[in-house]
Design a protein around this ligand. Structure first.
Ligand code: URP
Ligand code: ZN
Ligand code: ZN
Length: 484
């Protein structure tokens, strides 16, 4: 199948120009003007539109069994929602139960993701430490094409890992050419604060926010950065939500450490006032970790995206219905943590970021697609419109208007945290591997259309990140041997 996207302005993270895009099968074969288009090629009219690399959301939890519930959007509906909103690839978290084999968890995730309508990949979570985990991490990298390992520093008694486990796992990542990711909140302190709040009779959703102040996140972010530096590995901090965490990342980068930060579209736009809403349902629907913050933190996150100290905007799409949230009606600790955003990330960010002048259109491409493709080692196959890249792209109509509403969303949940947000700028069409997945309101992608994307290990040079590299002894001498 040959297709040409004609008459638009191609926008990459570093450049924009008027050009047509010629696609053969699932690959871009030419970008330019006056292309030699074969007779019979399908034409996608991009007049008046930007043609950008499809969004990549590196943080989703689809059909995730978490806190006693399974998130309502599975790989089919999560990825269909993504494509409708201009996102052509998601990276989901494969999370073994503590003690469960990573290999078994991987098989489970491959089975669940067969339904995906868009491309997808996985991060693997390290939820305990043992010789088995040490050994399986190598298989995960070398056989499964997963180059990132997630660590929860919160959720004590469930997924949380301690500092010794972080150190061991980070060092193993360094050895394998993989990168650790952290959910950075001090889980011990959160657990103590939760108990104290309950003892004072605070049971509602506001207790969730009170028990997870910015300091809890700032401390854990600093700690993870230092442990990563001691093991000589880069670090990616997921859902960076506050000034304290952002400043830790910015400081680390300024001192030569390779640390990345990922704000969520929710934290950029929504604030802690949501938890004061008189409706329990409204507040509980917005319970996620880290919680929404005071507006002062939003300004810091925007500044980070503008200055480059934060690199990626994600969603952490982990959608629970109102009924599922009721599990925590009497105890905020039991409200399943998570919100949605896959369908809305791009239009909301364009409206609040590009239309306000905070981000250029090239920066928009950087933070929604190109940066994460580079960080995850799949660039320029993903994240760029260029000859040889996968034909994942979004034809973006900057004048299209759309008001976010539960009434017209694909997500299976019964609310939307961005309800009523008026967007100007939305996808006219989304192409996934050269096929029109969405066009002018019509979803064409089908269950199972997506492919699993392997991500190769990083080169040792990329991983040799520690500031110790400036010390006289070779880094390898200083590194502790973590073989269990
Ligand atoms: O509240 C959240 N973020 N739920 C999903 C799990 C996680 O911590 O990322
Ligand atoms: Zn998290
Ligand atoms: Zn998450």
């Amino acid at each position: 199948m040959t297709l040409v996207v004609r008459g638009g302005t191609v926008v990459n993270h570093d450049h924009a120009r008027r050009a047509d895009v010629l696609i053969d099968g699932d690959t871009i074969v030419a970008v330019g003007s006056a292309l030699n288009v074969p007779i019979g090629a399908e034409i996608v009219d991009a007049g008046g539109c930007y043609v950008m690399p499809g969004g990549i959301d590196p943080h989703t939890h689809l059909e995730f069994n978490f806190m006693g519930s399974v998130s309502a959007d599975d790989f089919e509906w999560g990825t269909k929602a993504a494509l409708t909103g201009g996102t052509t690839m998601v990276v989901d978290f494969c999370v073994p139960d503590p003690g469960q084999s990573m290999l078994a968890a991987y098989q489970d995730w491959r089975r669940k993701s067969e339904k995906a309508a868009s491309d997808y990949g996985f991060h693997m979570a390290v939820t305990s430490w043992s010789k088995q985990v040490f050994d399986e991490m190598e298989i995960v990298v070398k056989t499964y094409g997963i180059n990132t390992f997630k660590h929860f520093m919160a959720y004590k008694g469930a997924l949380m890992v301690n500092d010794d486990e972080l150190y061991n796992s980070f060092a193993r990542c360094a050895h394998l050419g993989a990168m650790p990711l952290v959910h950075a909140e001090n889980g011990d302190v959160v657990a103590l604060m939760q108990e104290a709040l309950l003892a004072r009779g605070v049971t509602g959703p506001e207790g969730h926010a009170y028990s997870r102040p910015p300091e809890v996140e700032g401390e854990a972010t600093n700690r993870a950065i230092m442990i990563a530096d001691m093991t000589g590995v880069p670090l990616y901090v997921v859902h960076t939500s506050c000034r304290e965490a952002h400043e830790a990342i910015a400081r680390a980068r300024a001192s030569g450490k390779r640390v990345f930060g990922e704000p969520l579209i929710q934290h950029l736009l929504l604030d802690e006032g949501e938890y004061a809403n008189k409706s329990w349902n409204h507040a509980a629907q917005r319970v996620m970790s880290p919680p929404f913050r005071d507006k002062v933190h939003q300004a810091s996150l925007w500044a980070g995206l503008q200055s480059g100290s934060l690199q990626v905007v994600a969603t952490d799409h982990c959608a629970f219905t109102s009924e599922q949230k009721r599990l925590g009606f009497e105890d905020f600790r039991k409200i399943p943590n998570g919100t949605g955003g896959l369908e809305d990330r791009l239009p909301v960010l364009w409206t609040a970021g590009v239309n306000t002048g905070r981000l250029t259109k090239e920066e928009f491409v950087a933070v929604t697609s190109a940066n994460i493709a580079r960080i995850l080692n799949i660039y320029p196959r993903k994240g760029r419109i260029a000859t040889g890249s996968d034909a994942d792209l979004v034809v973006w109509d900057p004048s299209a208007s759309k008001t976010v509403s539960v009434k017209n969303q694909l997500s299976r949940i019964d609310y939307n945290v961005f309800e009523g947000f008026a967007c100007t700028g939305a996808p006219a069409a989304t192409l996934s591997r050269g096929k029109i997945a969405f066009a002018r309101g019509d979803l064409r992608a089908e269950k199972g259309d997506g492919h699993y994307v392997e991500r190769p290990a990083f080169s040792p040079v990329h991983v040799a990140n520690s500031t110790w590299k400036h010390a006289t002894e070779p880094q390898a001498v200083r590194r502790v041997d973590v073989t269990p």
